[in-house]
Every structure is written in structure tokens, then in C-alpha cells.
Design a protein around this ligand. Structure first.
Ligand code: FES
Length: 279
């Protein structure tokens, strides 16, 4: 007789199917994932994560980049950076993987309603923020002006190109500010690192800030924001790239006195006493 007690066990992966793979950059693919019945594998909120597993290979935790308002699937943007991600990149549409979740806490989308939103992302750090950006756009009257600052090393490293170049700039009360680290023949936009770019954009300080990217980018951008007059209480970040097991077992995600997987991955910046030096 089958045991139904496993049905809701968060440790048992569900079988999922890759519905679509979109190559965003040379090393980032966005996977659209559904369950065996063709439905979204689970409900979640912006900022939460999914654990993807491949039998005999391993598992890894990824932020969900689609918005919960997209009810038919979850999407994860995955950068090739090791055994599991290499393997995932070699899969094809229709292949099966394991999925479980959601993991971690979420961006406080209720609490920040009616504020202007300033998103600041570097590289693959746009992935978790995209979930909140699209959530806010799908609930547009709940949020004020939206500014999205996004930078990557080169134009070819900017993920979600369709969103940043085509979809978001056309949205109501939304501004997209892009920069790349170094000059490139195909780029006529801003050049420079994200913290310097944020400083030059001279935002007014009555905004909620949501930031994600490499630790060095976060560190210097926070310094700039504080110099401009933003308070740590206005700034949220996600440190999901620090998570490994995702369930408080491996002890590899602590930052000061916090465990990213149990206390985060989303933190208000006044809640953390230190930031990671690396992921
Ligand atoms: S990710 Fe393993 S203990 Fe937090």
C-alpha cells in the first residue's frame, strides 16, 4: 500500500519537467519548470527558492526568478558554475529533474506597498529581483515609481535581455538604468561599476531599495546609498547564493549570528551585522 505521508514531505523532491530553456547569456540559462501534471510545482512568494536535483549527480538551491503571479510554472535562471549546474545546462526540454520548495523567506511585498521601489542588481543578481519586479508590475497600482539599476561585466552578461531592453522600459512609471563594467563595441550606454552609477543617478531617498549581486557590489553600493542618505531600514537584500543545503543542516550559510537558510535569504540591511565576502 502506498504511503501518503511522503506527499507533503519537503525533503522528498517532486518529479518535474523542463518545459523550456532560454539561453540568456553564454553561461546563464533560464529554465521553465512544471510538474508531471503540467502545473506549477508549488506556490511561493518573491524571493523564495527552489531546490533542483538530479539523481546520482546532486542538488542545488536556486532563487525563483518568475513572479508568483505567473501561475503556470516556475523559472530559475542558472549560471554554469559547477557539477550540478553544468549538468542542468546539458539537459533538454522534456527532461525530468527533481524539485522541492519553496525555501526561505520572501521580500516583504505587502509591507513595501505604496512606496517607490529602487532595484539594484549586478550580474546574475537580477534573477531573484526579477520575481519582485514582475510581481510589482502585475500589481502596478500597489507600488509607486519603479527604478531598476542593472549592471554586468559586458553587454553579453546582462541576463533577461528581453525584460531589460524591451518589456520593462515600456511599463508605466518605470525606468531602467543599465551599465556595463567595461567599454564594448556593441554598447553605447553607460559604462562603469554599479555603485558609481547609482551615485551618479542621484536618486531621491524616499524609496525602498532591493539589492542583489556580487558581495563586493553590494558592499560598495550600500556605502553609496548611506552616503546619499538612505537608511539601512529601507534596504533589503537576498543572500540566497550563500545557501547550500537550504534546510539548516550543512552549517555553510552563516553570516555573523544568522543562518541564511533559516533566517533569510532575504534580510533588511539593519538586521545583518556583516555581509559575506564571497558566496
Ligand atoms: S544552507 Fe545548509 S545550514 Fe544553511
Amino acid at each position: 500500500m502506498g504511503c501518503s505521508c511522503h506527499d507533503n514531505d519537503p525533503l522528498i523532491p517532486k518529479v518535474a519537467v523542463i518545459k523550456e530553456m532560454r539561453e540568456d547569456t553564454h553561461d546563464v540559462i533560464t529554465f521553465k519548470i512544471i510538474d508531471k501534471d503540467g502545473n506549477r510545482p508549488f506556490d511561493f512568494l518573491p524571493g523564495q527558492c527552489a531546490m533542483l536535483s538530479i539523481p546520482m549527480i546532486g542538488e542545488a538551491i536556486f532563487s525563483i526568478t518568475s513572479s508568483p503571479t505567473e501561475k503556470e510554472y516556475i523559472e530559475c535562471s542558472i549560471k554554469r558554475c559547477g557539477k550540478v549546474t553544468d549538468y542542468l545546462h546539458e539537459l533538454e526540454v522534456g527532461d525530468e529533474i527533481g524539485v522541492r520548495g519553496p525555501y526561505g523567506n520572501n521580500f516583504p511585498v505587502e509591507k513595501i506597498k505604496q512606496t517607490d521601489l529602487l532595484f539594484i542588481a549586478g550580474g546574475i543578481g537580477l534573477a531573484p529581483l526579477r520575481s519582485v519586479i514582475n510581481y510589482a508590475m502585475d500589481n502596478r497600482s500597489d507600488y509607486g515609481l519603479i527604478d531598476i539599476v542593472y549592471g554586468a561585466r559586458t553587454p553579453n552578461d546582462l541576463v533577461h535581455p528581453k525584460d531589460i531592453f524591451e518589456i520593462w522600459p515600456k511599463k508605466l512609471n518605470t525606468r531602467v538604468h543599465l551599465t556595463v563594467d567595461i567599454e564594448h563595441p556593441d554598447w553605447s550606454g553607460a559604462v562603469g561599476y554599479v555603485p558609481t552609477f547609482v551615485e551618479a543617478l542621484a536618486f531621491d531617498i524616499n524609496k525602498t531599495v532591493l539589492i542583489c549581486g556580487p558581495p563586493i557590489m553590494i558592499k560598495y553600493t550600500l556605502q553609496v546609498l548611506e552616503e546619499i542618505g538612505f537608511k539601512k531600514e529601507q534596504i533589503y537584500t537576498t543572500l540566497e547564493l550563500k545557501m547550500k543545503c537550504g534546510i539548516g543542516k550543512c552549517g555553510r550559510c552563516n553570516i555573523g549570528d544568522k543562518y541564511v537558510c533559516k533566517d533569510g535569504p532575504v534580510f533588511r540591511c539593519d538586521e545583518i551585522t556583516e555581509l559575506p565576502n564571497e558566496y
